[in-house]
Design a protein around this ligand. Structure first.
Ligand SMILES: Cc1cc2nc3c(=O)[nH]c(=O)nc-3n(C[C@H](O)[C@H](O)[C@H](O)COP(=O)(O)O)c2cc1C
Length: 132
């Protein structure tokens, strides 16, 4: 299996509805293609990990890169794995609206518990970044 982690920049701010739609789209394709993973959004950048059979991950990355709701997709880690880090999630990620109407997407600690320490470090450092 293959695991890819990347970051990208949203072209426009994603509101609740846009993030709900995105998560539904992710889960629909991933569920049919044996892909699991997690997604976070801090108000400007996305950080996502996808894992699964190599051919599924390659076609998923092509879909992701082709999506014009974001740009600047940069892979930060790509590797062969034997065991999934997010086996129960076609795409883990939960909306956290704040009082200013900005919504972020985070993952609860419990979901990250099953991940490797390097993965936990990548995701926890990212969520401390904030949009200006
Ligand atoms: C931040 C971000 C994350 C995405 N993650 C996934 C994903 O995990 N799986 C997937 O199939 N597509 C993913 N996409 C791509 C969109 O889901 C896809 O372009 C959309 O569903 C439209 O596909 P369609 O043209 O086949 O309808 C992502 C797109 C963005 C912007």
């Amino acid at each position: 299996m293959k695991s890819v982690t990347y970051i990208s920049t949203a072209k426009e701010i994603f509101d609740n509805a846009a993030l709900d739609t995105l998560l539904l789209q992710c889960r629909a394709f991933n569920g049919k293609n044996d892909i699991t993973g997690c997604l976070v959004y801090n108000g400007i950048n996305f950080l996502q990990l996808i894992e699964g059979p190599e051919s599924s991950i390659d076609s998923c990355m092509a879909r992701i890169i082709a999506d014009d709701r974001h740009s600047g997709v940069v892979g930060i880690r790509s590797e062969t794995i034997g065991v999934r880090e997010f086996p129960s999630w076609t795409m883990a990620g939960r909306l956290y609206p704040d009082s200013k109407g900005q919504t972020s997407v985070g993952i609860i600690d419990e979901v990250l518990q099953g991940a490797r320490s390097q993965t936990r470090a990548i995701f926890s450092s990212f969520t401390t970044l904030k949009a200006a």
